[in-house]
Every structure is written in structure tokens, then in C-alpha cells.
Design a protein around this ligand. Structure first.
Ligand code: DAH
Length: 347
């Protein structure tokens, strides 16, 4: 190998080492000038080709061509690598702020449910739970519901096993029509005093419209002790309404009938939209019904094994959908179940 050939191989090695360290286009250009530029290493070596003896020229010329090709290839490869790096770098810009993941939020039904639970818990009630699938015994019989009540028929209530049980059979299984059976479960499980609330889902064979669904939510309340009075019930619901709908909210009781309470009442809150003057939301009356309630019927105490002569208590059942409609001024309950995120995002 001639000296020139050695120098050429050496130059190629230098080029490769230099290019391996190149990390941007400016550095690449510097290399190009250093090795291939007019005053660079390669033209200097090429200039020596003329001094090579005639007989060695073909062999040296071949080496020159090979080295030139390899050097060109090394520059091309380096350029391609930089391009690729740039593409990857622009795809992953680590200085960009992180992408926010939409985590959603609570459904308006749950928002109202959670507020109601929080308010009653502050008053000392604890949350009790019961199954959505109930027995006729718990949902109707123990609650003193008369056998001829129309709500018990399969036209009004979802039964599971009518091929095995008559719908009056205490063991027949249904989708609970109210949260009141949780009262029965709670009282059977413990002695007084009892102070529970039970938020949950109920089911009825209603034709859905703006104010009815075949499934809806209630929050049941039960307070059993000695010397509990209707005044305690009213005070509790009044305090609840003020917390839930605003400090100026008033409540009123209207006489009603429920088999499991005696006396029974329906509880209205003063309309939060018009403050009681009368508007479209309260249909001009100034009041909006929020709960059924009353003093626990001694027959119910008897059914759960409590002494009906010495035990007293009140109970109530609040409609969650109704409260959501009042709180958020929603005029059709079905909107709550359509699951259109454009609607749900507003709450
Ligand atoms: N269970 C009743 C209903 O679904 C609501 C109710 C009324 C619950 C009076 C009660 C009560 O606990 O005392 O219509």
C-alpha cells in the first residue's frame, strides 16, 4: 500500500469518527467543509494523486474512488440520521404541557344524593343499605301494606318468579318499589335507638313521562327512639330543606295516607324558583312536594319485634329525581337518563 493509500484510509476513518459525533445540521456542515471543502483534507489528498508513479496509478486510483464513495456514503447516512432525529424530536416535544385526561364528573342524581347524605350524616343519621331485589314480605307486608293495594299487582310492580309464587306470596321476589323495606331490615337487625338513612334505587311499572320513570331514586330516613314526635320530623325535614335548597326555604305538611305511618303527611318545600309567590315550576302554588313522611305505625313496630306501646319514631322518603329537577331547574326527568354528555356536562 502506498503512503497516499494509507493516508486515504486514515482520512476515511477520521471522517467516520467525526460524523459519528455530529448531532445537528451545523456540525454536519462543519465536517463537510473540514473534509470536502476547497481547503479540506480530501482535495489536499487528491492533489497528491498527480505525483503517484505511472505504474501505481490504476491501483491507487481505484482506492481513491472507493474511499470517495465511502466518504460520500458516510455523509449521506449522517444526513439521513439527523433528519430522522429531527422528525422524532418534533413528534415528541417534551416541552409541551401534558395532555389532560378527561375524567368525567358525578351525575346530577349522584350530586343530589351525595348532598342529601352529607346533610343527614351531619344530623347524626348513618347510611344503611338494602338490596334492589326484595321480598314481598319486606317491601309490602312488614310495612303494613294491605293485600288489596293496587300497587302490589304485577301491573304496577316488577315480579321475578310469578311462575313459582303468587304475587301475594310473602316470599315472591320483586324489584323494590320503595326504599322503605330497608327500615324493616334495619329494625330487625338492631334494637332502638335507630337513626338511619337509605339512599337507593326503586322500580315501578310506570310509563315514562316528564315526571315518571320505571326506575328512580329515593332517600329513606328512619328515626326510632322513645318520645320521638311529629315536631322532630318537621324540624328534621325543615333543617334538611334549608341546607339543600337555601336558608330561606320553608316546609309545610299536608295530611296524607301511607300504610306504614300514622299519622302520615306529604312534605312540601317553598318553591326555590319564586320563593313561594307562585311560578311555572311550582304550578302557581308556591310549594313543591319533596317527601312522604309520618310517624311509624305501631303495626310496623310489631312486625319487627319492637314494643309498639313504648316505641316511637318517624320516617320519610325523599325523591332524588324531584330534588334534582328543582335544584337544577330541569323540566323533564328523562334528560337525566338519556346520558347525553352535552346535557350532563352542565352540572
Ligand atoms: N315509600 C313512600 C313512597 O315510595 C315514601 C315514604 C312515605 C317513605 C312515608 C316513608 C314514609 O318512610 O314514612 O311513596
Amino acid at each position: 500500500m502506498t503512503d497516499l493509500e494509507k493516508e486515504l484510509q486514515d482520512a476515511l476513518a477520521q471522517v467516520k469518527t467525526a460524523l459519528a459525533a455530529v448531532s445537528d445540521m451545523n456540525a454536519l456542515e462543519e465536517c463537510r467543509v473540514r473534509f470536502l471543502g476547497r481547503k479540506g483534507l480530501m482535495p489536499a489528498l487528491m492533489a497528491q494523486l498527480g505525483k503517484v508513479p505511472q505504474d501505481q496509478k490504476p491501483a491507487v486510483g481505484k482506492t481513491v474512488n472507493l474511499v470517495k464513495q465511502e466518504i460520500q456514503q458516510a455523509f449521506d447516512d449522517c444526513g439521513a440520521r439527523l433528519n430522522q432525529d429531527q422528525k422524532t424530536a418534533s413528534a415528541l416535544d417534551v416541552t409541551l404541557p401534558g395532555r389532560q385526561r378527561a375524567i368525567g364528573h358525578k351525575h346530577p342524581i349522584n350530586l343530589v344524593m351525595d348532598s342529601a347524605v352529607a346533610i343527614f350524616r351531619r344530623m347524626g343519621f348513618i347510611v344503611a343499605d338494602g338490596p334492589d331485589i326484595e321480598t314481598v314480605a319486606n317491601n309490602f307486608d312488614a310495612l303494613n301494606s294491605p293485600q288489596d293495594h293496587p300497587s302490589r299487582t304485577p301491573d304496577d310492580t316488577f315480579y321475578f318468579d310469578l311462575d313459582q309464587h303468587h304475587w301475594l306470596d310473602p316470599e315472591a321476589l320483586i324489584l323494590r318499589t320503595q326504599t322503605s323495606p330497608v327500615q324493616i331490615r334495619a329494625m330487625k337487625a338492631q334494637k332502638p335507638p335507630v337513626r338511619i338513612i337509605c339512599p337507593g334505587r326503586c322500580y315501578r311499572r310506570d310509563t315514562p313521562d316528564a315526571t315518571h320513570g320505571m326506575s328512580f331514586h329515593q332517600i329513606e330516613g328512619l328515626y326510632v327512639d322513645q318520645c320521638v314526635s311529629l315536631a322532630d320530623l318537621k324540624g328534621t325535614l325543615a333543617a334538611f330543606a334549608r341546607e339543600m335548597f337555601g336558608t330561606h326555604t320553608k316546609v309545610r305538611f299536608r295530611p296524607h295516607f301511607f300504610p306504614f305511618t300514622e299519622p302520615s303527611v306529604e312534605c312540601d318545600a317553598s318553591c326555590i324558583v319564586c320563593g313561594g309567590k307562585g311560578c311555572r315550576v311550582c304550578k302557581g302554588s308556591g310549594w313543591i312536594e319533596i317527601a312522604g313522611a309520618g310517624m311509624v305505625n305501631p303495626a310496623v313496630f310489631q312486625n319487627v319485634g319492637y314494643d309498639p306501646d313504648t316505641t316511637t319514631g318517624f320516617a320519610f322518603g325523599l325523591g332524588i329525581e324531584r330534588m334534582a329537577m328543582i335544584r337544577y331547574a330541569i323540566n323533564d326527568l328523562r334528560l337525566l337518563y338519556d346520558n347525553d354528555v352535552r346535557f350532563l356536562h352542565q352540572f
